[in-house]
Write a protein that binds this ligand. Structure first.
Ligand SMILES: C[S@@+](CC[C@H](N)C(=O)[O-])C[C@H]1O[C@@H](n2cnc3c(N)ncnc32)[C@H](O)[C@@H]1O
Length: 189
C-alpha cells in the first residue's frame, strides 16, 4: 500500500510545487530572491530568512530528511519567506528555474567527490556555469565555498574560462559574513 505523504508533497518541485514555484515568483520587481543550493541543515537559508524578511529565500536539497528538518525549523520560527524544496540541484537550476530570477545563488561546501575517478560527479562542472549564469539576474551573485582545494581550483578555472562572471570583493557577502554552515563549522574546526 502506498504510504501517506503527509505534507511532503509541498517539497516536490516536479508535481504540484512546480506550479506553486511560478506563483511564488510573482513578486514585486524589486523583491530579492536567494537560493541556498544543497542547503544541508539550512543554516544559511534560515539566517537569510530571518534577516531578509522582504526577500524570498529558497532552500533546496536532494535529501528529504534534511529538507524536512529545515522546513520544520523555518515553520517553528514563523518564516513565511522561506520555501524548501526537495530537488536535484542540476534539475532545479538547469530546468525548473526561469531565466534571470536569482539575486544570489549560494553553493556552500557541495560534495567534493575527492577521488579523481569521481570528479565528474561534481556539481560545479564547466557546463553548469552556463546554467548558473542563466538563472542569475543581471547583477546576480554566485557565492561558492569549499574546503577541498582541487575542487576550488577546478571551479575557479571553470568560472574563469566561462567568461560569464567577474570577481567581486567581500562586500557582496558582508551581510552574511558571520553565518557559518554546518560544513563550514566542521572545516574551520
Ligand atoms: C556537504 S553537504 C553541505 C551542506 C551545507 N551547504 C553546508 O555547507 O553545511 C552537501 C549537501 O548537498 C546535498 N546534495 C548533494 N548532492 C545534491 C544534488 N545533486 N542536488 C541537491 N542537493 C544535493 C546533500 O544532501 C547535502 O545536504
Amino acid at each position: 500500500m502506498a504510504k501517506k505523504l503527509n505534507n511532503d508533497q509541498d517539497f516536490f518541485l516536479l508535481n504540484d510545487k512546480y506550479v506553486l514555484l511560478s506563483d511564488l515568483m510573482k513578486v514585486e520587481k524589486d523583491t530579492k530572491i536567494e537560493l541556498d543550493l544543497g542547503c544541508g541543515t539550512g543554516d544559511l537559508a534560515l539566517a537569510l530568512a530571518e534577516r531578509k524578511k522582504d526577500s524570498l529565500i529558497f532552500a533546496a536539497d536532494i535529501q528529504i530528511n534534511r529538507i524536512r528538518k529545515v522546513a520544520k525549523k523555518g515553520k517553528r520560527a514563523g518564516f513565511d519567506n522561506l520555501h524548501c524544496f526537495r530537488v536535484e540541484a542540476r534539475h532545479l537550476v538547469s530546468i525548473i528555474l526561469p531565466d534571470g530570477c536569482l539575486d544570489r545563488l549560494h553553493i556552500l561546501c557541495p560534495d567534493p567527490w575527492p577521488k579523481a575517478r569521481h570528479s565528474g560527479h561534481r556539481l560545479m562542472s564547466a557546463d553548469f556555469m552556463m546554467q548558473i549564469s542563466r538563472v542569475l539576474k543581471k547583477d546576480g551573485i554566485l557565492h561558492f565555498a569549499t574546503d577541498d582545494e582541487p575542487y576550488m581550483a577546478a571551479t575557479v578555472k571553470n568560472i574563469t574560462e566561462s567568461g560569464l562572471f567577474e570577481r567581486l570583493g567581500n562586500d557582496a557577502l558582508a551581510d552574511i559574513a558571520d553565518v557559518k554552515t554546518e560544513f563550514e563549522r566542521q572545516w574551520l574546526a
